[in-house]
Write a protein that binds this ligand. Structure first.
Ligand code: ADP
Ligand code: MG
Ligand code: MG
Ligand code: MG
Ligand code: MG
Length: 651
């Protein structure tokens, strides 16, 4: 989560006097990058994934599994190895980074992938390699799992044990000790502290509980804590700490576009796809060892990182805060940024007029300016004492501190600096992480190829932004992939390219602008009428592109897998986990998942991940592409293109 810097992190009270100063300089820093990079046309399509992992420790005797807080220790070993590789001139094929909780670790490929379709032969192999690298540092009873731990906050859920201190901790949680937060870098505890301090009371999250045969109804829990007494809702699983949110793992994908216009356009077109992928990737049905009535973590993270004051939340009248804010800083986005999407911006966005004006006056496209101004209604919560004063022409930290702590389903990423070989990028952020590398590769393949289709055919998916927000709420419901309908465009529209290379779409009033209630299956596989389906569109694109047989087979496996998930022939992980719990002898049909059930389930999940157990319900008859080799000629060609390009950018 966000920017990594060294220094002494300031508390919220210490930041407060500098808020306007930091925003002013953050905007100046953005302007510096923007104005130097806005005409860049030199970027190649590139992309890369990020996977967050949970390290667990099994206690086979007690039939208990816990999260293992050795993340930082293992990370340091991985990073030491990377340094050795650098020194020896050996290419690093992976990059490791810390994450919010001490049991987490984030892995990315060592280099982004390029536009050649043959790269899809490498994606899963790289993910497998990542896993193996970490496994070298694990003890026999530990495992690296790409999943969200279902018993966070349950009694004794960490190894080593952590102490609850509701009085003196920052989080003041009844269940989640601050010690579970990553300790290797002060920024994580600082984030926790400042979110709570800014909010002015502890975090409060209510997840609807799943009602089973014997669930006491109404479902209520007795709490001593006055805030819990006030905030916990009936028939909900109550949670009260930042860690419950970003302590769940996710899969993210970043794409570089050829220029800024394409980035803004892709950002918009992918936004309506995000809820569909949430439903399709659902993997988080259990919180604090209770079965929830939702399958995905999105709203949980949103509430867990909600730093809005009571005034901003509209609970008390505005006095010290500037705005009432409808959403937390982790939320579904509220505005499109490409010119062609403006008729679909039907949510009122707040911003400070002077910030918007400044951006526009300094030459920023008005829609991008509005997005940035809207983002800057959030205060910086991660500031380092030594770095308050910065050279706005060369530094970007005051911009990044806001940019990297506003967490939307899509992120618009400007070049990291004005002389970087990295260009304009967008990040696709909502996907729930999958248990196996095969699945994670499949979701990457699907989303990445969809960007190729959108760009090649100039397809338009934008619908009203309020609809996207509504779809995001629907997408998290239990078995949304099977049961829910989403308002989605049911006719294909292609936008036209004007002579100056800009995109233009038909009028909103034309009959081609239509949405219909569609299931995920209809959206992915086609509705049998006018909408061909996203995956068939990708296959059409592939038919026109040149691929070798090997690559085509790899991609076909991934896409067919996605199709089967969408059709309900293969379960989501969330569905599979529910089934497992409900079929487990220790489960008393009361929505509470006993430790032994959690243990058996995660043990089974680990066996599925490492391939020792087959699981057709979750994976069909698809097999991991272990060590599928890309012809080395393809790798060399790709590397040569990238190297030549980087040279030309640097020169
Ligand atoms: P963040 O956490 O800010 O989203 P990370 O550095 O963790 O960023 O991940 C960024 C992802 O973007 C990685 O998968 C990386 O491979 C990929 N990436 C790096 N450079 C580029 C680039 N020029 N174009 C596209 N993707 C890139
Ligand atoms: Mg992350
Ligand atoms: Mg990050
Ligand atoms: Mg990252
Ligand atoms: Mg990311």
């Amino acid at each position: 989560m966000g920017l990594l810097t060294t220094g002494l992190p300031l508390s919220w009270e210490e930041i407060l006097p500098y808020v306007d100063y930091i925003k002013e300089h953050g905007i100046a820093q953005f302007l510096s990058i923007y104005n130097k990079a806005k005409h860049r046309e030199d970027n190649l399509f590139r992309w890369g994934d990020e996977i967050e992992y949970t390290i667990v420790k099994f206690d086979h005797e007690a039939k208990k599994v816990r999260v293992c807080l050795r993340g930082d220790e293992i990370l340091k070993q991985l990073q030491a190895q990377a340094e050795v590789n650098d020194m020896m001139g050996t290419d690093n094929k992976t990059i490791w980074a810390p994450e919010l909780c001490g049991y987490m670790i984030e892995g990315t490929p060592g280099h982004p992938y390029g536009a050649l379709l043959a790269c899809f032969n490498m994606v899963e192999t790289n993910m497998i390699k990542r896993r193996k690298e970490v496994q070298k540092h694990l003890n026999e009873d530990e495992a690296l799992m790409s999943m969200s731990f279902p018993a966070l906050g349950a009694l004794d859920f960490t190894y080593p044990p952590t102490k609850i201190d509701m009085k003196n901790s920052y989080g003041k949680s009844m269940w989640f000790s601050d010690e579970v937060i990553h300790q290797g870098h002060p920024r994580y505890t600082n984030l926790l502290r400042n979110i709570n301090q800014r909010r002015g009371e502890k975090i409060s999250i209510n997840v609807p509980i799943f009602k089973d045969e014997k669930t006491p109804w109404p479902f209520t829990e007795e709490f001593e804590c006055p805030e819990a007494k006030k905030n916990a809702k009936e028939n909900h699983i109550y949670l009260d700490h930042l860690g419950f949110g970003p302590g769940c793992c996710c899969l993210q994908i970043t794409f570089q576009t050829i220029n800024m216009e394409e980035a803004t356009w892709l950002y918009d077109q992918l936004a309506p796809i995000t809820p569909i992928v949430v439903a399709l990737s659902a993997a988080t049905p259990i919180y604090r060892s209770y079965l929830a009535d939702v399958d995905s973590r999105w709203d949980v993270i949103s509430a867990s990182a909600d730093d809005r004051t009571a005034e901003e939340r509209g609970i008390v009248p505005l006095k010290n805060s500037k705005f009432i804010l409808d959403k937390a800083r982790y939320a579904c986005l509220s505005c499109y940024i490409h010119e062609t999407s403006q008729p679909y911006n039907d949510i009122k966005v707040v911003y400070e007029d002077n910030i918007l004006q400044k951006l526009i006056d300094e030459g920023v496209d008005e829609h991008v300016a509005r997005h940035i101004a809207h983002m800057f209604i959030r205060d910086p919560i991660q500031v380092y004492k030594e770095r308050l004063e910065q050279d706005d022409e060369n530094a970007t930290e005051h911009f990044e501190t806001i940019q990297s702590s506003v967490w939307n389903n899509m992120r618009f990423k400007p070049p990291p600096s004005d002389n970087s070989s990295i260009g304009w990028r967008v990040e696709f952020r909502p996907t729930e992480v999958q248990l196996t590398d095969f699945e994670n590769a499949a979701y990457c393949c699907f989303v990445v190829l969809l960007t190729r289709v959108i760009v090649s055919y100039n397809l338009v998916f934008v619908t009203n932004i309020s609809t996207v927000n509504q779809n995001m709420r629907i997408s998290q419901k239990r078995d949304a992939v099977l049961n829910e309908k989403f308002l989605f465009r049911n006719k294909l529209i292609r936008c036209e390219m004007t002579s100056d290379g800009k995109r233009k779409i038909p009028d909103k009033n034309e009959p081609s602008f239509e949405t219909a209630e569609m299931s995920v299956n209809e959206i992915i596989n086609g509705d049998g009428k006018e909408f061909p389906g996203l995956v068939p569109l990708i296959f059409q694109y592939l038919d026109e592109a040149e691929t070798d047989v090997n690559t085509r087979e790899t991609i076909t496996q991934y896409l067919t897998f996605i199709q089967k998930r969408a059709a309900g022939e293969i379960s989501t992980l969330a569905h599979w986990m529910r089934d497992f719990v409900q079929g487990h002898p220790k489960y008393a049909k009361d929505s509470h998942v006993p430790d032994e059930t959690v243990y058996d389930m995660i043990k089974t999940m680990n066996e599925i991940t490492d391939g020792t157990k087959e699981c057709p319900k979750l994976l069909g008859d698809f097999k991991s592409k272990t060590e599928r080799e890309v012809t080395s000629a393809v790798c060399r060609a790709e590397a040569a293109i990238v190297a030549a390009h980087e040279k030309s950018v640097v020169n």
